[in-house]
Design a protein around this ligand. Sequence first.
Ligand code: NAD
Length: 359
Amino acid sequence: MIKLALFAGDGIGTEVAGEAVNVLKFLFDSNSVRYEIEEDLVGGASYDEYKLPITEKALKLAKEADAVIFGAVGGPKWESLPIELRPEKALLTLRYDLDLYANLRPAKIYDELIDASPLKKDVVQGTDMMIVRELTGGIYFGQPRGVFDLEDGQKKGVNTLVYTTKEIERIAKIAFDIARKRRKKVLSVDKANVLECTELWRSVVAGVGKEYPDVELTNMYVDNCSMQLIRQPKSFDVIVTTNMFGDILSDESSMVAGSIGMLQSASLNGKKGMYEPIHGSAPDIAGQDKANPVAAILSVAMMLRYSFDMDELAEKIENAVEKVIKNGYRTADIYSNAQGTKLVGTKEMGNAVIDELKK
Ligand code: NAD
């Protein structure tokens, strides 16, 4: 019996996670997979009910589940709350408490959506990369941190970049293992010319690389990488990098793929994982049936592959999404008025994927 926790969250999180779960339920039911899905509030919705972005009960549910499906959290209503009570704290707590140290973010361009990318066709065509971002360490968690008063009346803001050998080794192994199933190339991104911590990063990744002689390892500074992602995105296979660099580079890579609404992610600790679209709660389009549910639907496909080794079912979802795009279905974020395309809402897009699965 597969046990899933569902945290749809706020804004379009509830809309896109709803479509993803419909797709998953259809697939499980039609393939006689036994499962149970238990849902709870997180983010702003949890704050409104319990005055906390995530409760102990929700955390327990996440810990006991085999995998977590997450929508998105946040919104202007909760922006002025103290940082510890803001919706985004739920996400950081889940990542930290479940020790989800590896964040996988694929960025692939569908031929039919090349016009939705702001980059030129010959630059993006054929792009298919996987960013492996370290998720539970680095500057987002390092101590000391905070804003401190100085004796002269000024203030001092402090965050600390820290990585241990063990933290670097385990994320590097994930990157090399994934590369083995792809084009066998790992690029480690750092700022080793300026930051000692990432000098250690570079040398530990090189050490792990010796155990994978069949995989080519190269290094790049993050500033150069951000440039090359736009210049020649198709040259990348697997990129492994720190928490903050990965945060920024993966958003940049989403533009290569046309829309943030197309990109899914997995956050893993072994088989246990949390699966979510990379986008936020998009308050500007929430509640209007405009959000693209593809990222959320594809994140469920990642869950089948990485948590349950159900590669065949994952492929069914991926193929159905590809077919729906080929057949011209477009939510507003990927709509370009091209011949043979049809502007649809969140629900119609989700239903189109289920209709494809029925065939
Ligand atoms: P966002 O990702 O919510 O939206 C950025 C832009 O992309 C908006 O114009 C939005 O309409 C569009 N967009 C996003 N997802 C889309 C989709 N599926 N289909 C179509 N268009 C889509 O980022 P933001 O506006 O910076 O943040 C809004 C809120 O979400 C904030 O409170 C932020 O903190 C939060 N946030 C949450 C997460 C998360 O839960 N993982 C991630 C990022 C931001």
